[in-house]
Design a protein around this ligand. Sequence first.
Ligand code: GRG
Length: 303
Amino acid sequence: MTEGPPEVDLKHFLAQERVRVEGALEEALTAILPRVPEQFRGALRHGVTSGGKRLRPILCVAAYRAVGGTGEGIYRLAVSLELIHAYSLMHDDLPCMDDADLRRGEPTTHKVHGESSTTVAGALLIPAAALHAYESARTMGLPEEEGRLLVEELSRASGGGGMVGGQFLDLLGEDQEISAEELDDLHRRKTGALLRASLRMGGIAAGATPEELTALDRYGEAIGLAFQIADDLLDATSSAQELGKNPSDAELGKSTYVSLFGIEEAGRKAREQVTVAVTALAGGGLASRELDALARYIVERDR
Ligand code: GRG
């Protein structure tokens, strides 16, 4: 009997990758903070360094490696995704949006640094992230065209057709029942677009072939959906204290995969998307134990 490759020790892998990502985030802050007016530096640092799973950069690096990339400069590029993610959470928690006072088990950025500083610091992170992606591509020695493509991916995923557009639909949908198709569209933009861009950017930086990029794209789309369903399940079944965040979807009157399909069926849909993701990778000739393990982690995580 032939033995397959050993399973990834996911806990060890995630811990190790988080340390590298956080090192690259510190380096990014060293470049960004001196360019920012002093009164916004505290809020910006809080939003970027206050914990989190660092999933988007970890996925970006794993996609890069799956395509055969070997350089360490990828962590620098990968944290541009986390800078966008950080801004989105800082703004999402503001009183004019979800009005949250708890995130990752700690007070939200505006609770510590005030609303106006948090709004400005979040906005400052958007161009800073695009610039950081561009500069990272240059540092990695990538051709000018790839640098342009990477900034395009990041900008499209964060914009009106992506995260901002999805957030707007989410706000419109409060206290309304929406259809399953509308829910898919909302989350494909709000959460899925940046996750998908994480995979695509890792692939582009490693010089992926069109087939490899398609496989990463399909994987990204499937885990984006799985991630959101898992998020809805956690939200419905855990307390604010367990999750380290508030308010809940029910408190905000939001339609979710759980409110539409129930816990059992939502769980089945999430697992189905993990299979879609892993199959897409194999179909594109990409063997990555890390990406396989990350797809499972996305639905099995407890926060
Ligand atoms: C002005 C309409 C408008 C939008 C501004 C606020 C905003 C842009 C976008 C918000 C997008 C948003 C909140 C997406 C949610 C994504 C999500 C599920 C976040 C949680 O991700 P995790 O679990 O977080 O990866 P951690 O804490 O691990 O980093």
